[in-house]
Design a protein around this ligand. Structure first.
Ligand code: G3P
Ligand code: MG
Length: 232
């Protein structure tokens, strides 16, 4: 099972910050997940579309300027750019970049080649996911070898067909809507199945038993321990 540190090791450090990413690296994770928004053409790592519930700011993040974001913090931590986070990780683990905000494909494509050439990432260490499946199609069209992953918040009528449509590497499914038929269909289409967000060890073991390939967890060390215990 592949364990993604969800928003970094967000059970231990403030989510989607350099601190939560460093905490994930310190735990020796194989993968991290983060969320991005477009602010003045730059990708910024942050979860919500609005600033108020998770930061000292107010309003829609996409309407801010980069200068304004410099005066906003998340529990004392700066809001990082994607480039800052990727520079910190620098190829030490897989990074799942969730294209969360509007107009995130163009800025991602604009920096993609620099991430590969200037940082120590190989293309297969970058996994792009989104609930916005047309965004993934756009990204895949521009970068056919990029790994993409449709996010699902429920069970579609056509199950995992989106992975075939998108030539996706993996399917990312909400824990609340997991089904064996969906898992099996994704596997038959050649895609991995990763489930979010799973912190309970019994849940993780149950997912492993039905063939899930990985989970997103806020406590990646505990998730790892749960499956290691199971394997012994
Ligand atoms: O990418 C998995 C998961 O992060 C999707 O939901 O809301 O936590 O970004 P959310
Ligand atoms: Mg996310």
């Amino acid at each position: 099972m592949l364990i993604f540190a969800h928003r970094g090791a967000s059970g231990y450090q403030t989510e989607n910050t350099l601190a939560s990413m460093q905490a994930a690296l310190d735990l020796g994770v194989e993968a991290v997940e983060l969320d991005v928004h477009n602010v003045e053409g730059q990708l910024i790592v942050f979860h919500d579309r609005r600033l108020e519930s998770k930061s000292t700011g107010n309003g829609l993040i996409k309407q801010k300027t980069l200068a304004e974001l410099q005066h906003i913090n998340i529990k004392g931590h700066p809001i990082p750019t994607l480039w800052q986070v990727l520079s910190l990780i620098n190829g030490q683990c897989i990074v799942n970049i969730e294209l969360k905000g509007d107009n995130t494909v163009a800025p991602m494509l604009a920096m993609y080649d620099d991430v590969i050439s200037q940082l120590n990432f190989t293309p297969d260490q970058l996994l792009f996911s989104s609930f916005n499946h047309p965004y993934l199609a756009q990204l895949k069209q521009a970068k056919p070898h990029a790994y993409v992953a449709p996010l699902l918040g429920g069970i579609p009528l056509d199950l995992a067909k989106s992975v075939s449509d998108l030539k996706a590497y993996s399917l990312h499914i909400d824990l609340g809507f997991i089904s064996q038929a969906l898992i099996d269909d994704a596997h038959q289409r050649g895609a991995k199945v990763y489930v979010y967000t799973v912190d309970n060890p019994d849940d993780i073991r149950a997912l492993q038993a039905i063939g899930v390939d990985g989970v997103f967890s806020n406590y990646p060390d505990r998730a790892k321990a749960a499956i290691t215990t199971n394997e012994n």
